[in-house]
Design a protein around this ligand. Structure first.
Ligand code: ATP
Ligand code: MG
Length: 398
């Protein structure tokens, strides 16, 4: 027994999904399988609303936990040991478990919290706690019981075929399993915001495809590599995806030549949205995703967002719209994109940046100046010039 290490995975919100519950759980289990596959001998099973991961003992525990926690929909993870659902067996396993913890963490006090998922088990939960607590006291002489502030709360979960013993609960990101909520085309720049926005939509179960605009040769090859690196960091969570890369320079030149200087950015943004929408249609994406944030810069004032939005029909998801920049930066740190995002490379938006950008654009004025351009042709040419790059999760060795 116990040749394998076991992780109990709790599905957060997934557990609330009523009739769809088995579907969400299956999607989550599949995702965990995919994420842990690289580690070797790992099996993932579902049982009574929980997911169990059995992995070879040789597999690094921290790596295993790290991989599982990248699956959206995971509420928490508990490394556990199992025992026969019998009080003597549970007691023996609990003593072994605690001796190990005394050696590793130097714990001195504990309490037991037992739970009986199998109501046909003849002993009730408080009684199980008492009996196992007594066995641990006998088996681990250095330990004392402290019900108020113990060094360790030992959980005993008695189920039909097995009992599980654990003391840790490591939080996951929550959210919903990838692939349970449509597909979105994300406008991915090299900045801090758009990788976080992409991550947040993937966290709600949305599959991701992305588009990046550059202005080569005004923007460098290295700037594009930075975006590819960011994309692969996001792919750690949302899986492998396609990045559509488009040179916006021909359009920017037309805008600069034909439209008022202070409107440049807003015109550029309308084109970005239109091109993204065309790509979304081609790739079955029902949404656009941006890292826009109300009031952050001139092109993201309330008025500017209305004018940008008017260029497209598809719903535009802006998960960061009401967040403060510091919170977005914290999130970027947490998911691991921040350090790459702050590398100083030029972005296509900073090429031809007007000195005094209009902050309250009027739609009728923008439409009027835009009428000097052959919008459909410019969009079509841009879409036809796309380069597609396959993005693999960072660290996947591909
Ligand atoms: P970010 O940190 O995401 O670059 P930002 O604060 O720099 O955001 P803007 O440059 O105004 O904001 O862009 C707003 C949004 O427009 C970005 O979050 C992104 O979704 C999209 N966007 C901007 N530049 C590009 C680009 N070069 N390629 C693709 N999308 C872009
Ligand atoms: Mg930007």
């Amino acid at each position: 027994m116990n040749e394998k290490q076991i992780m109990i995975v709790r599905c957060g919100e997934v557990a609330l999904k009523g009739m769809n519950k088995p579907y969400f759980e299956r999607m989550l289990a599949d995702r965990i399988k995919r994420l842990t596959h690289r580690l070797g001998d790992v099996s993932v099973t579902r049982h009574e609303g929980l997911i169990f991961v059995h992995a070879d003992k040789e597999i690094d525990r921290q790596e295993l936990i790290k991989d599982i926690s990248k699956a959206f929909g995971v509420d928490s993870i508990s490394p556990a040991i199992e025992a026969e659902p019998d009080l003597d067996e549970i007691g023996k396993a609990a003593v072994e478990y605690m001796l190990d913890l005394i050696e590793k963490d130097g714990i001195k006090t504990f309490k037991v919290e037992a739970k009986r998922a199998d109501k046909s088990f003849p002993v009730k939960s408080p009684e199980i706690s008492r009996i196992i607590g007594a066995k641990v006291l006998i088996g681990c002489k250095v330990l004392k019981v402290d019900v108020h502030d113990p060094d360790c709360t030992l959980h005993v979960d008695v189920r039909k075929d097995r009992a599980y013993i654990y003391h840790e609960k490591i939080s996951g990101f929550g959210g919903l399993p990838l692939g349970t909520n449509g597909k979105g085309m994300s406008l991915l720049s090299g900045g801090i915001d758009s990788p976080v926005a992409t991550w947040m939509m993937a966290k709600r179960g949305m599959l991701i495809e992305a588009v990046h605009f550059h202005s080569y040769p005004y923007t460098s090859q290295r700037a594009q590599e930075k975006v590819e690196e960011l994309a692969s960091l996001v792919a750690v969570y949302c899986g492998r995806f396609k990045l559509h890369v488009i040179n916006l320079l021909p359009i920017q030149e037309q805008i600069v030549t034909n439209c008022p200087e202070d409107e440049t950015t807003i015109h550029v943004r309308r084109f970005m949205m239109r091109i993204a929408e065309k790509l979304a249609e081609k790739t079955d994406c029902g949404f656009l995703i941006t890292g826009e944030n109300l009031g952050q810069v001139a092109s993201q004032t309330a008025e500017a967002l209305v004018v940008t939005n008017q260029a497209v029909q598809l719903p535009v998801l802006r998960p960061l719209i009401a967040m403060d920049k510091v919170d977005i930066m914290d999130k970027a740190q947490e998911i691991g994109t921040y350090e790459t995002s702050i590398q100083p490379f030029e972005d296509c938006c900073t090429v031809f940046l007007p000195k005094h950008p209009v902050t309250k654009p009027k739609l009728d004025r923008i439409l009027k100046s835009e009428s000097a351009l052959d919008v459909d042709k410019l969009v079509e040419d841009a879409v036809n010039s796309e380069e597609i790059i396959e993005i693999y999760p960072a660290g996947s060795g591909q």
